[in-house]
Design a protein around this ligand. Structure first.
Ligand code: TYM
Length: 334
């Protein structure tokens, strides 16, 4: 296998305000990786429309996700941030991958099964081929590393399969095997109300998630109401196996404070969960407060945000277009 230039790619859907899961599982790592890699971060609006979206809300969500990236610390001057639909290479490569990927592979995707539920015949074709577009996002940049939360692991495996099948089918060594980067103490942040469900934008309960735009009071209230336990906090993770909500709080606090689960448990063992929840509210307010303020500031200057997107598009195309041209040659288009 040839040696590819190391490059990071990741994307976030503009389907509503981002939450703590998006931050701790992904965006915090986006920021961290900027010191080591060339990074390309994308607002994936084409993925968003695989389920119904209100165009007006989608439009504002795209700008809000961009503002959130910057407020969290993504370095838009030295890295690339842009909107997926403004770089046609993503859909062009996705079409080719629709012809490389297999229906059997897509049928096995648990996220598709979850989202389609019993309604499989009536969901959009886009929802089914969503992972092929995701592979195109990554491979249009020949990206070698992809920071994501744990829920994207299976999609990343599919991207690797597509890269490999393309290379085999055409007898080339053209696409790298993109490596998922799933790390930190909160790779799967769970709902604050039900520790068996992941924290998500679509949960009916507002209390289930902390948003990047929540006020300090809202954060404190959500933490106070977070489900926990009347037992005292144990001193080992083993003892939290049956207590998903409690383990979730420990993980969130560890990730927010950049320390290991073990260290957090040592600190809080033998104490009540209310004490841990107070500390967590305090830490989250410290971390998310400045992010919220910066999002508000940035959203007051949409012209500037639009300029950042235009520059990002240009830089993204500089990488993706020559790669797509090579792919066209490989498949015999010209
Ligand atoms: P999306 O928009 O659902 O989520 C964005 C990122 O946040 C992570 N995440 C979580 N991490 C931990 N705990 C949670 N509760 C949680 N919820 C979300 C996700 O894992 C993700 O990293 N398909 C992707 C977007 C995408 C993409 C790509 C990602 C499109 N093309 C190419 C990487 C590379 C998605 O729907 O993420």
């Amino acid at each position: 296998m040839r040696k590819f230039q190391q490059r990071v790619f990741s994307g976030v859907q503009p389907t509503g305000t981002l939450h703590l899961g998006n931050y701790l599982g992904a965006i915090k790592n986006f920021v961290d990786l900027q010191n080591k890699f060339e990074c390309v971060y994308c607002v994936v609006d084409q993925h968003a429309i695989t389920v119904d979206q209100d165009p007006h809300k989608l439009r504002s969500s795209i700008i809000e996700v961009l503002a959130s990236f910057i407020a969290c610390g993504v370095d838009y001057k030295n890295q690339i941030i842009f909107q997926q639909s403004s770089v046609p290479a993503h859909s062009q490569l996705a079409w080719i991958f629709n012809c490389v990927s297999r229906i059997g592979w897509l049928n096995r995707m648990t996220q598709f099964k979850d989202k389609a539920g019993k309604n499989k015949e009536n969901v959009s074709v886009g929802l089914m081929v969503y992972p092929n577009l995701m592979a195109a996002d990554i491979l249009a940049y020949q990206a070698t590393h992809v920071p994501v939360g744990d829920d994207q692991k299976q999609h990343l495996e599919l991207s690797r399969d597509i890269a490999q099948k393309f290379n085999n089918d055409f007898g080339v060594d053209f696409f790298p095997q993109p490596e998922p980067l799933i790390y930190g103490e909160a790779t799967r942040v769970m709902s604050l109300r039900d520790g068996t469900k992941k924290m998500s934008k679509s949960d009916a309960s507002e209390l289930s998630r902390v948003l990047l735009t929540d006020s300090n009071d809202a954060i404190a209230t959500k933490l106070k109401k977070a489900k926990s336990d009347s037992d005292l906090i144990p001193d080992s993770v083993e003892l939290l196996k049956e207590k998903a909500e409690c383990l979730n709080l420990i993980n969130i606090l560890s990730a927010t404070m950049n320390q290991s689960q073990e260290k957090t448990l040592q600190e809080f063992a033998g104490r009540e969960y209310s004490i841990l929840k107070n500390k967590l509210a305090e830490s989250l307010i410290e971390v998310l407060g400045p992010i919220r303020e910066e999002i508000e500031n940035l959203l007051n200057n949409k012209d500037e945000l639009n300029k950042i997107l235009a520059i990002g598009t240009e830089k993204a195309e500089e990488i993706a277009n020559p790669i797509l041209r090579e792919v066209y040659k490989i498949v015999g288009f010209r």
